[in-house]
Every structure is written in C-alpha cells, then in structure tokens.
Design a binder for this molecule. Structure first.
Ligand code: TRP
Ligand code: SF4
Length: 400
C-alpha cells in the first residue's frame, strides 16, 4: 500500500501545557499509529516574528521536543525533526517564490491580522510576507497528503494547494506525457488497466467525482508503480499533466476544550496554564487558588457550576458519577469548593505523572533527544531530497 504521509509543525514556544496536550499532541499520537507522520519544529517560522531576538529559539526547541516525547509522540513511529536542519525546505521555498503571485501572499488573511496583532514588532519584512510560502514548502517537500492543524492554519493549507496546482500546471508538462502515462497504465495489468481507463472516462466525460476517487484508490493499492509513474497517473486521471507536488488536505484539529485556570481557553498569553512538566505541588496550588462561582462566598452559599471554571475541568476529567456529585454538591451547598476541587487535582496529577517521568529521562540525558532529532532530520532529508530532484528536473535545473 502506498502510504499517505501526514505532516505538521509547531513554532518553538518552549514548554507546552495541558491545552497543547488535549488539543494537538493526543491527536498526533493517534495519527502516528496510522500514517507515516512527520512532526517538526518550525524554527525558521519563529524567526519571521522574532528575528530581533532569536536567542530563545534553541532552548524553546529542545523544551518543546522533550514535551512531545513525554506526551507520547513515539520516535519509532513518527519522524521528528527541526526545520532549519533540513535545508532543502529553503531551496523549495526559494524556487516556489519565483512563481508565487505577490497578490496571493498579500491576501492571506493571517498576513494583515498578525501584523496588526503584533504591532509592537516591525513585520513589514520580506520573510513575514513569505510565511505561508515557507509553510507550503514544508508541506509540499514531503508530498504530505494530510496536514493536521487548527482552524487558524486552514488558509495556509488552502494557499499551499493553490501553489501546488500552479506549480504542476507550469512544470508538469513533460514531453511525451501521454505516452508515458499509457505505458504506466500497462504496468498495472490488463484487467486493472481497463478498469482505470473506464473510471477515468467516467470522470472526464461525465464528471463523476466518485469514479475519480475509485481510480485514485486503485493507484494507491498498486505496488509496482514508481513514484514518477504514480505522479503521472494522478495527473492523467484528472486530464492534467504530471503531479509533481501533491495538493494536501487539512485534517482539522478540533479546538482544544481544555479550559484554563480562569475559565478562558488555556493559553500562555492569558497566564492560565498548567505546564506538562509542572511540579505536583504547583499543580495543587494552582487549582486550590482557582476562582470559583463568585456567588459562593460562604460555604453555606449555593453555587451554579456553569459559572465556575472548576466545573469546566470536571467536564474534562470526571466520570458521570463524579460530575453528578460535584453538580449536586455545588447547587445544594453540600460540598465546599476545596472538596470539589480535590478530584480534579487528583485526575490532573494522574495524567501528568507519567508525562513528567518520561520527560525526566530526557532531561537527565539530553543526548537521547539530540539523537532522536538527528535521526529524524536524516530521515526527513532523504524524503525531501527525492522531491527536490523532481522539482529541479521539472524546472530545468539539472546540469549533469
Ligand atoms: N504556521 C504553523 C503555526 O503557526 C506552524 C507550521 C509551519 C506548520 N509549517 C507548517 C504547520 C507546516 C503545519 C504544516 O502553527
Ligand atoms: Fe465551583 Fe465546585 Fe465551588 Fe461549585 S462547588 S463553585 S463547581 S468549585
């Protein structure tokens, strides 16, 4: 089976918190069992906004990778690497910049939004305008089929699809394309070749999208096709040229339901987080000092759980019986707030204990992390080089 690749990146923000864990990392851990996953630290992307003070980036990178590993991202299943250590990303970014229309970049909604939001920084730079294009290079260089990201990143993946389409349109017209495609179909054996031809006709002549889907699935199952032939046939099925770059799809990551200590979304900028490597005493302290329903001034005052951020945590961590206990206890003043918080403290401690333990092993021996990342960079580089060979050839940049 031709393996679909999944790719995602994170800017190096340093230590991660429970919001990242429930939102992103558990999702990555699920995906790694099912697909060939590539997860990387987008350190160049961090430079687009922090170019004046890049000093924190390396430490933030290592802290973040340790948290990935501690949270269950498994280097035996997924490829973990650092963007700047696979320099082919920069070459693809440069080559794509030749054909990326300026207007497309200026119209990416995050461009103006972020410039306004981060108005304390001068972001009228070439690098910042190119942010989505660098992201396109990250994705396209691995021919990733799926990109798990949150809502805010959807425009960047859309942009990437358009760049891939434009690239394939400009450079996918190799001489003798039809003949090469037909020769590739033959390699599938006469029965499958006939089926593929029929499905292609149904799509091209009658516009049956389902036929295209079935034809693509047929290609995915075919073992004996070279990558080049596969790209040709993908394009041929749709009546276009060779598909050198793959148009990726978003795998939308549901917004994290993890509430912060104040009931707002958990986020570093709100200062309401519990870090994955938070000290147990600090975890307990943070929850014990959490605000509760302001109506419960005295122990005998009844409360409304829906007005209390601790209740939001029960919704994440407690089973039905516990939730019932807390809800009833609150509305009848049967329990006090500290009592109500206790099961939440215990649940978070239980969740964090194994994470903290795994992180400690990496903190004790940083070479473990370095080796994992070096190995991941090497694997990623191999895949990136394959694509770059095809890209250079398609753009006429081969001199040997
Ligand atoms: N821009 C993404 C973010 O801010 C990070 C990122 C960079 C990324 N390159 C990527 C995400 C490629 C997915 C795929 O979160
Ligand atoms: Fe919040 Fe629980 Fe106190 Fe009710 S009893 S206000 S839900 S902490």
């Amino acid at each position: 089976m031709y393996e679909a690749r999944v790719l995602s990146g994170m800017r190096p923000t340093g230590s991660l918190h429970l919001g990242h864990y429930h939102g992103v990392l558990k999702n990555w851990a699920r995906l790694q069992a099912e697909y060939t996953c590539l997860f990387f630290v987008a350190d160049w992307h961090a430079l687009t906004t922090d170019y004046e003070a890049p000093g924190e980036i390396p430490k933030n990178t290592w802290d973040m990778v340790i948290d990935w590993l501690a949270a269950g991202i498994d280097p035996n299943q997924a490829i973990l690497f650092i963007q700047s250590q696979v320099i082919e990303h920069a070459e693809l970014h440069l080559l794509l910049s030749m054909m990326a229309p300026l207007g497309w970049l200026e119209r990416v909604p995050t461009y103006k939004d972020q410039q306004e939001k981060l108005s304390n920084k001068d972001l009228s730079t070439y690098g910042f305008l190119g942010y989505p294009l660098l992201q396109s290079a990250d994705i396209l260089i691995y021919r990733a089929k799926y990109v798990p990201v949150g809502e805010d990143q959807v425009p960047h993946v859309e942009f990437t699809r358009e760049i891939a389409r434009r690239f394939n349109h400009l450079y996918g017209r190799e001489p003798g394309f039809e003949e090469k495609a037909k020769a590739a179909v033959k390699k599938m054996g006469s029965k499958k070749a006939r089926l593929l031809n029929d499905l292609r006709k149904k799509f091209l002549e009658q516009g049956e999208a389902e036929a295209l889907g079935r034809a693509q699935a047929l290609l995915d199952e075919q073992q004996n096709l070279s990558r080049g032939d596969r790209e040709r046939l993908y394009g041929w099925l749709e009546g276009t040229g060779k598909k050198i770059l793959v148009e990726p799809d978003v795998l939308l990551t549901e917004a994290s339901k993890m509430p912060g200590l104040d009931g707002q979304k958990m986020s570093k900028s709100y200062g309401n987080t519990i870090a994955l490597r938070e000290d147990p005493a600090e975890v307990a302290r943070k929850i014990k000092t959490m605000p509760t329903d302001p109506a419960r001034v005295k122990r005998s005052d009844r409360g409304t759980p829906e007005k209390c951020p601790v209740w939001s945590l029960h919704l994440v961590y407690s089973d039905e019986a516990k939730k019932k206990w807390a809800h009833e206890g609150c509305t009848t003043a049967g329990i006090g707030c500290l009592e109500c918080k206790q099961p939440v403290i215990e649940a978070i401690q239980a969740e964090l204990a194994p994470i903290r333990e795994r992180a400690q092993a990496y903190l004790d021996d940083p070479t473990l992390v370095k080796n994992i990342v070096a190995d991941g960079c090497e694997k990623a580089k191999k895949l990136a080089e394959e694509t770059m060979r095809d890209v250079r050839e398609a753009m006429g940049l081969t001199y040997t």
